[in-house]
Design a protein around this ligand. Structure first.
Ligand code: ZN
Length: 220
């Protein structure tokens, strides 16, 4: 049960301000599937409004069986800085390096209000991924190309070389080049796609294998 007023980051205007609860509804969601039986449980939806931009954010959780440690983890809309899918869909919530998750959470609110700064930080996060994936090359652009040619990044990324060149140059020449919020959104999508491909997809596959193994064992 959340309070009438909660200090939250608004992912519409990026301000951290006390939000007021403006709505509450209880519904039901599938909670468990045991021995062929589906079990639904009560699920609470909370609407909070930002006093700065009047934007609405929606949070939700099972009434009696919370699977979350903080309110932030229950955010349904807008998705904002959440990189990971729901935790039962991956083998480990640690599949994305903590540092990447932390940087992204910090910078996501900047993407519309300070696109230049956002681009610079996305560049930093990509540098970290390149280092983590042992990319070869002197510049970020070369490293991204190297990962793409080795298949660490998906093939279609190599066709958007121009975007990678742009990313490689951003931040390095931030003063000369204005990044607007459309660029920031493209960078955001690119970055999320990279994280999905490099870190999250392998963990999803691992999770799927785990589930298949459980089936096999219970079937024999
Ligand atoms: Zn707001």
């Amino acid at each position: 049960m959340w309070n009438d007023t909660e200090l939250l980051i608004c992912y519409h205007c990026s301000n951290r301000v006390p939000h007021k609860r403006v709505g509450y509804q209880r519904g039901q969601e599938l909670f468990e599937h045991i021995d062929g039986q589906r079990h639904n449980e009560d699920f609470d939806y909370y609407l909070y409004q930002c006093p700065t931009c009047q934007g609405i954010s929606i949070y939700g959780d099972f009434s009696g069986y919370s699977r979350h440690e903080s309110m932030e983890q229950t955010r349904i809309y807008p998705r904002g800085s959440q990189l990971l899918p729901e935790r039962h869909k991956v083998a480990s919530t640690k599949c994305v390096p903590e540092r990447i998750q932390r940087i992204y959470e910090e910078i996501w609110p900047l993407r519309h209000i300070a696109p230049n700064a956002f681009a610079g930080q996305i560049r930093r996060a990509l540098e970290f991924i390149c280092h983590d994936q042992k990319a070869h090359g002197r510049t970020l652009f070369e490293q991204l190309k190297d990962l793409s040619s080795r298949g660490v990044f998906p093939g279609y990324f190599s066709e958007i070389t121009e975007l990678m060149r742009l990313i490689g140059n951003l931040g390095a020449h931030a003063a000369e080049q204005e990044v607007d919020f459309w660029d920031a959104e493209l960078l955001d999508d690119f970055f999320r796609a990279v994280v999905e491909y490099v870190y999250i997809a392998p963990s999803r596959i691992e999770r799927l294998k785990e589930r298949i193994d459980v089936r096999k064992q219970s079937g024999t």
